[in-house]
Write a protein that binds this ligand. Structure first.
Ligand code: ADP
Ligand code: MG
Length: 355
């Protein structure tokens, strides 16, 4: 159902504004957007449709087809671990930024699976903030929207994510990759190879960012930053590595992932520009090994899915997103895609194709 239709059915009126905001998949560069790294996410054809009408009072009403209910709140509410928190936070921060002056009625319909590592959260927040900004007389650039969206997740939700998702979603169009330097937010939009498909397969393993695993990895990185005395884990020196190795094997492994993942992301960007997709594939597969062995963010079922994806002909495959469940991303020759997908899904009955 379109969000306009959902809005009409829910509130018995037409919405003032409607938009589509893409989800994103990360090709390479995992958990390094808060550690000084380069990342390479791709905006998706799948995403979130949002219809919105601002209100002159402080009430907020939110309908989502994925949750099939209307939640009624006010702009004075705080997060309460409900699905409506992300939409609520977006309206609260749209008020802080002066885009809105009061509440809103919102209807959301989505083609993105939630909690799959495809950043439905950032798509929703960026989507609402952009709609709200379009209603105000302010000129707001895409980077400012991404920074504000990150504040909603960090401050309102309490999710300590980096800036990758918001930037990918706010600054590029579906089907394009963005090579993003998370240290200074400079980026380059990159076209993807035409003869390959970026396949996304959900493992059937569900995780919640709120379950604490993502936070735990972030906290470990915070300790590393304290030990080495700066925030740029991805570019730490050999001496800092030795210091870390002598302090804790776990922390050393987390840092090893960050440094090696940053190097792989740089090589992956070059591989795409050189049209060397087998090289990109190898780097993706190496990235998975690093997430599995050093950052320790994978699950056995996901490792098996990645291995089978490669044995069945993908040039490369890896877990994507925050980890501990969700999707894998694989690079597959378009002409082999149908058979590859069928065989992979028959080996993994819990898994399903997203794109
Ligand atoms: P993801 O990997 O998809 O970003 P998160 O756990 O970070 O997963 O964010 C999921 C949260 O984002 C949901 O619990 C909900 O609060 C919000 N959200 C995402 N999609 C929708 C939607 N279609 N309708 C309402 N809220 C949504
Ligand atoms: Mg998210």
């Amino acid at each position: 159902m379109s969000s306009t239709l959902a809005f009409k059915k829910t509130y018995n009126s037409m919405p003032k504004v409607t938009s589509f905001t893409p989800g994103r998949v990360n090709l390479i560069g995992e958990h390094i957007d808060y550690n000084g790294g380069i990342v390479l996410p791709v905006a998706l054809e799948k995403g979130i449709f949002i219809s919105l009408t601002p209100r002159s009072d402080n009430s907020i009403r939110i309908f989502s087809d994925q949750f099939d209910e209307v939640i009624e709140l006010s702009i004075n509410n705080i997060a309460t671990s409900k699905w409506s928190d992300y939409a609520l936070g977006s309206i609260v921060y749209a008020n802080k930024a002066g885009f809105l002056n009061g509440g809103a009625d919102i209807a959301i319909t989505s083609t993105l699976p939630i909690g799959a590592g495809l950043s439905s959260s950032s798509a929703l927040i960026v989507g609402i903030l952009k709609l709200a900004a379009s209603l105000s007389k302010k000129t707001v650039d895409n980077i400012s929207i991404a920074i504000l969206a990150k504040r909603v997740e960090n401050e309102f939700i309490g999710m300590p994510c980096g800036i990758m998702d918001q930037m990918a979603i706010s600054c590029t169009d579906p089907g394009k990759a963005i090579a993003l330097d998370t240290k200074n937010l400079s980026f380059e939009v990159i076209s993807l190879p035409k003869s390959y498909h970026i396949a996304i397969i959900h493992s059937g393993e569900y995780r919640l960012n709120t379950d604490g695993n993502y936070k735990k990895r972030k906290e470990e990185c915070d300790i590393i930053k304290e030990i080495i005395g700066h925030n740029d884990i991805c570019n730490m020196s050999d001496n800092e590595f030795i210091l870390l190795k002598n302090t804790s094997t776990d922390l050393y492994q987390r840092a090893l992932h960050c440094v090696s993942e940053h190097q792989r992301a740089l090589k992956a960007i070059k591989a795409i520009k050189d049209d060397n997709i087998p090289k990109l594939g190898l780097l993706m597969t190496e990235s998975h090994a690093s997430m599995r062995d050093d950052f320790k963010m994978s699950l056995t079922n996901i490792d098996n899915l990645v291995n089978d994806a490669i044995h069945l002909g993908a040039v490369g495959a890896r877990l994507t997103g925050g980890g501990f469940g969700g999707c894998i991303v694989a690079c597959v020759l378009k002409k082999n895609l149908k058979t590859w997908r069928q065989k992979l899904l028959s080996l993994h009955p819990k898994a399903f194709s997203v794109i």
